[in-house]
Design a protein around this ligand. Structure first.
Ligand code: NDP
Length: 328
């Protein structure tokens, strides 16, 4: 296969463009492992790369796609050999390094992890970077000493990718989950994932007091901005919020009051550059704790052809849960 099918983002005189193209294998970037990509997914960041709505792409031309599952085709890395099944999340793929929306990828072997034994390649991408980030957030809350007996956990952006997986994980672990969504029509879906209570995201999106009535002990936030400020203001004494997203904005109009008067903690979650041990821990927790029927209920599968339109849809907030892209 000297050339293969890929989605390519480019920037030229006509502006920012994204389309399918035959890509020459010789133009792949440096790396010690070549992978035949079988599955990818559509994360919020992929929507940004496809549309150019935020400058996540740092090199042109770029193949977007921040995560994939696939099979090693060739390797000069000591950990990998042809035929190994692997998963990759982040490390700049789809941003600075040619990414996942292609039948082939060449990457650093250090970026790869083995496919978890209990998850198929399609299930790995149903989880994808959004789900692995949800697991990192849950682990961060646990490492902070939080347990379900301390009070409920709130999840914002509930019907999105990070939110849906976070609800499924937290409910399996015994938390009472409060799901905040702008899509009340998804209440049955969210309850099916394990949400005990649904609240309207408008409750959290208007500026509020620096401290308000204590409502939850823990939280996973994909929204940022005023929503995160209100989450902090309503967190119980010694509770914590794991912040992983900015779907509502990059700012944080908060005060120090929750930190200095209630001992609340704000835990930052980054999936892109997370060390390999943390990735392995998160994926093994997903393998152990994620209910497969719930995973199926939050997953939609699309053919490769539909990836560009789905990338646009995720920014409009119309994609529910997670999307698997069948590539190979
Ligand atoms: P999704 O689009 O699947 O989910 C985002 C959800 O946020 C939407 O479904 C919607 O939920 C809610 N939302 C969207 N717009 C707004 C708004 N203006 N105000 C309030 N809520 C809004 O995206 P992902 O789950 O893939 O990613 C979620 C966030 O997490 C993104 O910002 C992404 O960049 C970030 N992220 C960060 C990572 C990290 O390493 N830190 C890794 C992965 C993701 P509903 O309809 O239920 O209200």
């Amino acid at each position: 296969m000297a050339t293969f099918r890929a989605v390519v983002v480019d920037k030229g005189e006509q502006g920012y463009g994204c389309g399918f193209r035959d890509f020459d294998e010789a133009d792949l970037m440096d790396g010690d492992v070549t992978v035949r990509v079988t599955h990818s997914t559509v994360n919020y960041k992929d929507g940004l790369a496809i549309t150019g709505k935020a400058p996540v792409v740092r090199r042109f031309p770029m193949i977007p796609g921040i995560d994939f599952a696939g099979v090693v085709e060739s390797s000069s890395h000591p950990d990998w050999k042809a035929g190994d099944e692997v998963v990759l999340d982040g490390w700049g793929t789809g941003e600075t390094h040619l990414g996942a929306y292609a039948q082939k990828a060449r990457v650093k072997g250090d970026w790869l992890i083995p496919r978890p034994a209990g998850l198929s390649p399609a299930e790995c991408m149903a989880i994808g970077t959004a789900g692995y980030t949800a697991a990192l957030a849950v682990i961060a809350l646990e490492k902070h000493g939080l347990t379900p007996d301390k009070g409920p956990a709130v999840v914002t952006g509930a019907a999105g990718g990070v939110g849906s997986v976070a609800i499924a994980l937290l409910s399996k672990l015994g938390w009472r989950v409060i799901a905040s969504t702008g899509r009340p029509e998804e209440a049955d879906y969210l309850k099916g994932l394990g949400a005990a209570e649904i609240i309207d995201r408008n409750e959290l999106s208007a500026p509020g007091k620096p401290l308000a009535k204590e409502r939850w002990a823990a939280g996973v936030d994909s929204v940022g901005s005023t929503t995160l400020a209100n989450l902090l203001a309503q967190t119980r004494y010694n509770g914590a919020i794991a912040a992983c997203g900015l779907a509502g904005g990059m700012d944080l109009p908060s005060s120090v009051a929750p930190f200095i008067l209630r001992g609340v903690a704000l835990l930052g979650v980054d999936s892109v550059m997370a060390a390999k041990e943390r990735r392995l821990e998160a994926w093994s927790r997903l393998d152990r704790d994620l209910d497969r029927a719930k995973l199926a209920s939050l997953t939609t599968t699309i053919p490769f052809d539909k990836v560009i339109e789905t990338g646009k849809a995720i920014l409009d907030g119309t994609v529910r849960g997670r999307v698997v892209v069948e590539i190979g």
